[in-house]
Design a binder for this molecule. Structure first.
Ligand SMILES: [Zn+2]
Length: 539
């Protein structure tokens, strides 16, 4: 079977997407998920461009990846410049990644109009930049920017650019449809010609954008024409209309075209990975997304349902389980119970058959109301513990009140008062905060930490709010995702309500109650701070 290298650029090109902003922690989590999915390359960012990407590479150095290699992205040296003295190339080396990807001009139009230099000087910039990085021991991918436009404009020059990169030692030249203008026949023709021209001196890669809605089709066409590395992003994130969507490309190549991309058991993580990355980006997973959407295999029409029951192949293009999706919109009794039981086991929770059944029911009902536990492992585990019947809550709430006051001078002040019972004692505490959630958090901590001082060390490290239009006719609800840390471990909790304070309160209480639980076995929601929380399989 022919192997296709999978090159993910979610963390670089994908974050160019309008409305996506990932913290360094989030980027590390995505990198962990991509490694677990089995991708070959993770492009972590552009170290010369911003401090956040530099911080990512600093942290990624200490992470152990099972399979993936991290790559840093940057440009060739400037016209008239020396790569050894180029600050951006220096930043690429400082990232200390095994692989470096350099992008360079390939189209005569861009050489003349954008960087305003001579065709020969551009070839020198490519050659010397690649050679310099090779001399530093890097594996080098050359991204040929605007390749297909350049090919249509002046194919000899476009090929000269690729040859310059290959002659200097680049292992891979990736043909980029940077503005997404190309259509599958054009991509196929140009890729085949490049493949012929380069022979086996370098691998050919493909990087497409979706402006003509052909990014996935173009990637597949390029592979058929000889490309052996595919670049793309999870869920097709990217600027304008997006990049090539790896979530659609992987099953197409692997299940339909017979190429080898990731191990089959990893492909089963595709749905979970797609949803989890959406959660980290604070986006609602698109229910209509091919392969992984909740509607991708949902059958409504009576005839279809009967057909699927008779033989699934009649109405389904693939077996949903191969990509980790399922036919049912909500958790099926069977798969739901399986994931509940295995999760309970790994967290050391004794869940009998009745309790497991109740947990599945609760889970179903909650998913229906907008809870998603992919990024909220702590809340999921507490849900299981509460079903055991032996769960002791940390405290009992008598009531709370939050007051926000805006003054004439523009100042806004918030104060929360809380009344709770802990171990038979009543505590009434008031605290101020920079917002209602912060004030509530402080008041609650003040009340609790008298008996449980170690809870003072818990820090809320990430707070994400999403207004969700539920598809169940109940109107909009607010969902809050909270990440907490005690300096060593991190965990995620969730709250859902029509009221943002109530949703925040719920996530906050789960966060503290979880911290109060006995230290969990490996595989529990509690993970070292560097790691992603263990994904709760979308049941
Ligand atoms: Zn791009």
């Amino acid at each position: 079977m022919t192997t296709i290298a999978v090159y993910d650029t979610t963390l670089r090109d994908g974050t160019q997407s309008e409305g996506i902003s990932l913290s360094v922690e989030d980027k590390l989590k995505v990198a962990r998920l991509l490694d677990e999915l089995g991708v070959d390359y993770i492009e972590g960012g552009w170290p010369g461009s911003n401090p956040k990407d530099e911080a990512f590479f600093q942290r990624a150095k200490d992470m152990v990846f099972q399979h993936a290699r991290v790559t840093a992205f940057g440009m060739t040296c400037r016209a008239g410049g020396d790569p050894a003295e180029d600050a951006n190339i220096g930043a690429l080396l400082d990232a200390e990644t095994p692989v470096v990807t350099v992008v360079g001009k390939t189209s005569m139009l861009h050489v003349k109009e954008v960087i305003r230099t001579t065709p020969e000087e551009n070839l020198r910039m490519i050659r010397e930049s690649v050679a310099y990085l090779k001399a530093q021991g890097k594996e080098v991918v050359y991204d040929a920017e605007h390749f297909f436009d350049g090919w249509r404009d002046d194919r000899d020059y476009a090929l000269d650019c690729l040859r310059a990169a290959v002659a200097a030692g680049a292992e891979n030249v990736t043909l980029c449809d940077t503005n997404g203008s190309s259509l599958p026949p054009q991509v196929a023709e140009a890729t085949a010609a490049v493949f012929d021209a380069l022979g086996d001196r370098a691998e050919v890669g493909i990087h497409t954008h979706n402006d003509s809605e052909c990014a996935v089709a173009n990637s597949l066409a390029a592979v058929e024409a000889g490309a052996r590395l595919v670049q793309g992003t999870i869920n097709g994130y990217g600027e304008r209309t997006g990049n090539a969507n790896l979530v659609s490309i992987l099953p197409a190549l692997q299940l339909k075209m017979g190429y080898d991309c990731v191990p089959a058991d990893r492909l089963r993580r595709l749905t979970e990975t797609s949803h989890f990355v959406d959660e980290l980006c604070n986006l609602t997973p698109d229910p209509d997304r091919p392969y992984v959407g909740r509607n991708a295999f949902a059958h409504k029409g009576g005839m279809h349902v009967a057909g699927v029951k008779a033989d699934a192949r009649t109405f389904e293009h693939i077996e949903p389980g191969l990509v980790g999706n399922s036919r049912d919109v909500l958790i099926s009794e069977l798969s739901g119970r399986g994931s509940v039981v295995s999760r309970a086991e790994s967290a050391g929770i004794d869940l009998d058959a009745d309790a497991a059944k109740r947990a599945v029911e609760t889970l179903k009902e909650r998913e229906h109301r907008g809870y998603h536990y992919e990024a909220a492992g702590a809340s999921f585990e507490l849900l299981l513990r509460r079903e055991t019947g032996e769960y002791e809550p940390l405290f009992r709430l008598e009531g709370f009140r939050v007051i926000t006051e805006k003054r004439a001078d523009g100042r806004v002040e918030t104060e929360a008062t809380i009344k709770i019972w802990v171990d038979g004692h009543r505590y009434v505490r008031t605290a101020e905060g920079n917002g209602p959630v912060n004030a509530l958090d402080r008041a609650l901590r003040e009340a609790i930490t008298e008996l449980h001082p170690h809870l003072a060390e818990i820090e809320l490290v990430n707070y994400k709010v999403r207004i969700m239009d539920t598809h169940h006719g109940t109107g909009a609800v607010t969902r809050v995702l909270l990440d907490s840390s005690d300096g060593q471990d991190r965990w995620g909790s969730i709250g859902v309500s029509e009221n943002i304070i109530e949703a925040s309160w719920e996530a906050l209480v789960d966060s503290l109650e979880y911290a109060f639980q006995p230290r969990n076995a490996p595989g529990g929601a509690r993970q070292p701070a560097d790691d992603a929380p263990a994904p709760v399989g979308k049941p």
